[in-house]
Design a protein around this ligand. Structure first.
Ligand SMILES: Nc1nc2c(c(=O)[nH]1)N[C@H]1C(S)=C(S)[C@@H](COP(=O)(O)OP(=O)(O)OC[C@H]3O[C@@H](n4cnc5c(=O)[nH]c(N)nc54)[C@H](O)[C@@H]3O)O[C@H]1N2
Ligand SMILES: Nc1nc2c(c(=O)[nH]1)N[C@H]1C(S)=C(S)[C@@H](COP(=O)(O)OP(=O)(O)OC[C@H]3O[C@@H](n4cnc5c(=O)[nH]c(N)nc54)[C@H](O)[C@@H]3O)O[C@H]1N2
Ligand code: SF4
Ligand code: SF4
Ligand SMILES: [Mo]
Length: 768
């Protein structure tokens, strides 16, 4: 810090101008003044999130990266979109012209979603793109399935093999998983391939494991499955309800925008979570409910709103239906009753209801703690009912935000990578099928029956008439599915498996053919973020090895299959550039027909619906009506069983799984970013110290965790973030351990999402 001139720009960046974290401040006064953390602890032990915002504003280099890459001048900068989460931050990749290597990632002050901020993954996590482990050539299995070695192959050889094999599996025996990490254009081409060439609607992606209950509920109640509002609405709200999510870890830049509302404008914050998350530091109310009890809690909040006359009577009368039926179900759900189920006091439930219902505006922000339960859809309806009864929808500073997970999970659904709808959530109705059939030069060829969702695909593998051949791009089900031992058995029953990815992973290990895709850094396209903003992805570096963009690989395969089968649709797969794919999709998709690359390049990201070239895009939905019609619908659910599997004598603890800031899902990507690994090198099992004592563990020592389905080894981390009786493990794989060996493949009946958030486990010390 010798170069520090005490300008305090870093302090501002960390506190009031950007991140609202406050990890650093000026410590001391006069001669001894310096920048330091609270109690002068090392940065790594402070609340610092390693976002690098301080680094980005330091004018003297006092704060700098530890090992700056050797750069030969000159460099150029490419403006693109972060490949990690659904917040969709703008990044500016700095590329060394001499070596074609990305040497830095900077924030983009002009980006409308991130307004100059980044988190640790956006600023430092880009290095995976040029990691030596990238798959460089197509690979074909030699010899025995599952065990034989892979050999390098040419594209011709690999794609001919895939085409020849897939010809046998057209129709229901084929299924494909699309990638929420890839672009809209990649997804559009893949669903077109599946529908047109493979005659199969068995198309899905990770949304099934993620926000499918939210989408299901929103489609029923409102007619659209998207976030209704924008990050600016958080900043303008009077009250934020953060329920079943941990934005500081998982949507860090959105979390900064929430903190801005709280710190600058005094917005109220209600956190509803069994686990103490960092946002609790800012909360007016933290409702520590028991896992799986949100239906009871949300019904009781709604009951208070009605009973205390806080309902928005105009909104209910003029813009909703089903109110009376709904009320007759929830009327008995008093706070006192809910308190016995949820463990939250009746007074706190009342306070939360009042804070939420009171004008000016409230935002409901939720995540996997709501959805990944056997009552996931019921939970989501509970939230929608709350928004409807209080009229907190359809105006600035209010709205509903199921925070989208992957960088392009919104877009993957928008592009039609779903078993029951074509692009733009256009159902498999006769008129839609005719329009797409005509546009694709194949009238009457698109199958009209809804296909299987991810979890149904996996279950069907057990049967001989189920899915026999699979084409998986940019997903790793053998770490992300529940009950992995069982999932592994089922995947081994497939006749043929193609994996298209940037890295070798657990699912690829079982594949017959592996096709190397380019990463976000090597292709053009678009991602659509959580606030429905379509943003450009721009190529920064040449493709690594022989890798090719996903859309290009699938087009090549489609043409080969047309040749083999004598199908006349080669010309449907001859795009020269992703912009042509986007134009085709936009033309067929009313919600984005006004968006084009020209506009995105000129204006920056545009939020759909954007029906015409003159339309500015839409910051918030439902100002006047709903896609399902004039009225939104109340849908009542009663609190059912809290979970499919609850603690017993043999398995006395509830396992809650989820994420940590420094890892991405199973870790395929983040295990290959040294800086991120350094921050979270081991699999931590968070446990209340009392439970630790009770089961003979030691803080920091190895622990074995077992469920009825499997076991893992981790490091016990004593923390009061956990209530007794509940432990938390992120689902990243470190070593041979991964949480999904333990989780339960029980499904929400409406959405088919697995119950990742609750299963019963026991813990045992491992003697050194
Ligand atoms: N760093 C990082 N960021 C990510 C990801 C990542 O892997 N790493 N993944 C991305 C993806 S795909 C997604 S979907 C999002 C997910 O983002 P989140 O939804 O924030 O993800 P989780 O970590 O699963 O957190 C769920 C929270 O719900 C709480 N919870 C569990 N059960 C219950 C319950 O019954 N009721 C309530 N009210 N709360 C409960 C848990 O304690 C946990 O804090 O994150 C995205 N961002
Ligand atoms: N226990 C537990 N399990 C869970 C969850 C939980 O909370 N708890 N959450 C669930 C949720 S919400 C989700 S979203 C899933 C996520 O599960 P997955 O989608 O399986 O997880 P990722 O590791 O993100 O997989 C993305 C893959 O895409 C590859 N990739 C990256 N970019 C590209 C590209 O441009 N093209 C191609 N072809 N490949 C690319 C990466 O290498 C990686 O292998 O996990 C689910 N599983
Ligand atoms: S890296 Fe981010 S959180 Fe840490 S001190 Fe800098 S601005 Fe604050
Ligand atoms: S908040 Fe999400 S989109 Fe933004 S930099 Fe972090 S990971 Fe990337
Ligand atoms: Mo997700």
């Amino acid at each position: 810090m010798d170069a520090c001139i005490l300008c305090a720009r870093c302090v501002n960046a960390c506190q009031s101008s950007h991140q609202f974290i406050g990890a650093i401040d000026v410590l001391g006064a006069g001669e001894s003044a310096r920048i330091a953390t609270a109690a002068d602890k090392p940065l790594a032990e402070s609340i610092c999130t390693t976002c690098g915002q301080c680094l980005s504003v330091c004018p003297t280099g006092a704060i700098s990266v530890k090992e700056p890459p050797a750069v030969a001048d000159p460099t150029h900068t490419v403006s693109t979109t972060c490949p990690y989460c659904g917040v969709g931050c703008g990044i500016q990749l700095e590329v060394d012209d001499a070596t074609d290597r990305i040497v830095a990632s900077h924030d983009d002050p002009d980006n409308l979603s991130s307004v100059g901020m980044l988190c640790v993954k956006g600023r430092f996590g880009y290095t995976f793109a040029q990691h030596p482990d990238r798959i460089q050539t197509p690979l074909i299995r030699d010899g025995e399935r599952y065990t034989g070695p892979f050999r390098k192959a040419t594209w011709d050889e690999a794609l001919d093999l895939v085409a020849t094999r897939l010809v046998e599996y057209r129709g229901d025996a084929f299924a494909t998983l699309c990638s929420a990490k890839a672009t809209n254009e990649d997804g559009y081409v893949q669903q077109k391939f599946s529908r047109l060439i493979m005659s199969s609607n068995n198309i899905d992606h990770c949304t099934r494991l993620c926000h499918s209950p939210s989408v299901e509920a929103m489609l029923t109640s409102l007619g659209s499955g998207a976030t209704s509002n924008s990050y600016t609405d958080y900043e303008g709200a009077g009250c934020l309800v953060v329920i079943g999510c941990d934005p500081t870890s998982n949507h860090p830049v959105a979390a900064s925008r929430m903190r801005r509302a709280i710190v600058e404008r005094g917005a109220k914050l209600i956190v509803i979570n069994p686990r103490r998350i960092d946002m609790c530091d800012y909360a007016d109310l933290w409702l520590r409910s028991y896992p799986g009890t949100d239906v009871a809690l949300l019904n009781a909040m709604a009951q208070v709103i009605v009973a205390e006359g806080l309902a928005d009577a105009d909104f209910v009368a003029n813009r909703t239906e089903g109110y009376d039926d709904w009320l007759s179900v929830i009327e008995a759900d008093t706070p006192e009753h809910a308190a016995t189920i949820t463990g939250v006091s009746a007074d706190d439930i009342r306070d939360a209801a009042r804070m939420f219902a009171r004008p000016p505006g409230s935002c409901l922000i939720w995540g996997m703690g709501i959805t990944q339960h056997t009552n996931g859809t019921a939970n989501a309806h509970g939230l929608l009912n709350l928004a409807l009864v209080a009229g907190q929808l359809g105006r600035r500073g209010s709205g509903i935000s199921p925070l989208r997970g992957q960088n392009n999970v919104q877009g993957c659904g928008d592009a039609g990578c779903l078993p029951n709808s074509l692009p733009g959530y256009q159902g498999l109705r006769p008129d839609t099928l005719v329009r797409f059939g005509d546009a694709w030069g194949a009238p009457g060829r698109i199958p009209d029956a809804a296909g299987l969702v991810v979890t149904e695909m996996v279950e069907s593998m057990e049967r001989d008439d189920g899915v026999r051949a699979m084409y998986i791009t940019g997903e790793n089900p053998l770490l992300s599915e529940p009950d992995l031992n069982r999932a592994d058995e089922l995947f081994r029953r497939l006749d043929f498996l193609v994996v298209q990815d940037i890295f070798m992973h657990e699912t690829a290990q079982l594949a017959d053919v592996i096709l190397p895709a380019t990463s976000f850094a090597e292709k053009d396209g678009t991602f659509t973020n959580s606030e429905r903003r379509v943003q450009r992805v721009r190529q920064a570096i040449p493709p690594v090895g022989d890798s090719r963009p996903d859309w290009d690989i699938v087009c090549d395969l489609a043409r080969r299959m047309c040749d083999k089968m004598g199908l006349p649709w080669q010309n449907q797969f001859t795009y020269q550039h992703p912009s042509q794919i986007f134009d085709e999709m936009a033309q067929l998709t009313p919600i984005m027909s006004g968006i084009s690359y020209q506009r995105l390049d000129a204006e920056g990201g545009i939020q759909w619906p954007c029906p015409s070239p003159e339309h500015p895009g839409t910051t918030y939905l439902y100002a006047d009506d709903f896609p399902r019609g004039d009225r939104a619908k109340f849908v009542a659910f009663e609190q059912g069983a809290v979970a499919a599997e609850t603690p017993s004598d043999r398995f006395p603890l509830v396992l809650n799984t989820g994420r940590v800031l420094y890892h991405w899902h199973g870790g395929t990507i983040t295990r290959r970013v040294d800086g991120l690994m350094a921050r979270t090198p081991s699999l931590e099992v968070s446990i209340n110290p009392q439970d630790g004592e009770r089961f003979g563990l030691r803080d920091g020592a190895d622990v074995q965790v077992r469920s009825r389905r499997g076991s893992l080894t981790g490091v016990a981390r004593y923390t009061y973030r956990m209530r007794t009786g509940e432990i938390f493990i992120p689902f990243v794989r470190l070593g041979d351990s991964a949480a999904n060996f333990l989780t339960n493949a029980a499904y929400d009946p409406e959405s088919h999402i697995p119950e990742y958030k609750v299963c019963a486990v026991r813990v045992e010390p491992i003697e050194p």
